[in-house]
Design a protein around this ligand. Sequence first.
Ligand SMILES: NC(=O)c1ccc[n+]([C@@H]2O[C@H](COP(=O)([O-])OP(=O)(O)OC[C@H]3O[C@@H](n4cnc5c(N)ncnc54)[C@H](O)[C@@H]3O)[C@@H](O)[C@H]2O)c1
Length: 313
Amino acid sequence: MSSRLILVTGGLGFIGKHFVASCLDQGDYVINVDRVNYAADRVVKSAFKEKPNYRFMELDVCDLEYLPECDIIVNFAAESHVDNAIADNYKFCRSNIIGVQHLLELVRNKQEYERPRFVQISSDEVYGDCLNGKFTENDLLRPSNPYSATKASADMLVQSWSRTYKIPFNIIRPSNNYGAHQYPEKLIPKSSWRMKRGLPALMHGDGSYVRSWLHAEDTVAAIATVLEAGEIDAIYNVSGDLHLRNVEVLRKIAAILEVPEAEAWMPVTDRSGQDVRYSIDDQRIRALGWRPKRDFDSELKTIIHEIDFQRFI
Ligand SMILES: NC(=O)c1ccc[n+]([C@@H]2O[C@H](COP(=O)([O-])OP(=O)(O)OC[C@H]3O[C@@H](n4cnc5c(N)ncnc54)[C@H](O)[C@@H]3O)[C@@H](O)[C@H]2O)c1
């Protein structure tokens, strides 16, 4: 396969860094635009710089003044934590909506024949919660909180810019990602860190909320599949095979760390606007040959044992 020139945004974040690593390994050229917020990985920031096929721009996407030459843009850059969005949503509107509008405008300013394919990394959360069944890509977007509202807004911008200005796009909507070296604000790393320090994990409500878990490497494989075999201007849901209640995730972490269940978690005030259950249908991407490959239980052990606090500030 020939080498591609890929502009990645947010490539120091949890999912983006797995994608950048995979592209660099297979010989693609990568330009990574990342503003290095609190969730950016400081260890991979240094490691990637050693690669000859890598260039880094420490910049907010909203401040990107020109679009470097590229064949594909994969936009991971976003504020990604729902609780932060509930506390203060300004940064979410700026990065997740204005950032996308700004990137789309940079693409539009290219001649039509020079416009890169725009791949927007969206989320299963844009559909809101799903009490029964599964959402398909054709379902209405009914986001429940400021984070998912900004992600849904970005999806609207991408589709409308594509139609008006002829920008080739894909929107990819993965479910909850887990994997190595995620910033410890999300359920798995945060709860593991607390239990390792002898503190109970903090459980929203009664722990009955259901999430579908997908390994970040499986997400990266899904993006690669869409780039290779996906239809242009199509949306793809990407789900893991595993739906778990939050309390079940905490129970698995406690078992690995040998913390008695009575000491492993405590209930805390529920998240306002909490989504009860996420579930998406991903037949469209499975028809292209993609399947999730990682096993949650065995990956969880590695994730917990490899927690590395030097990666983040
Ligand atoms: N983590 C998940 O479970 C999950 C699930 C579905 C979809 N997503 C989406 O996938 C994408 C990546 O998520 P993640 O978990 O890797 O996020 P993350 O918070 O770990 O990383 C985000 C990265 O983007 C950078 N960034 C943020 N705003 C920026 C800006 N304005 N300009 C440049 N860089 C900026 C940060 O510095 C960071 O490196 C996001 O768009 C998120 O909405 C995440």
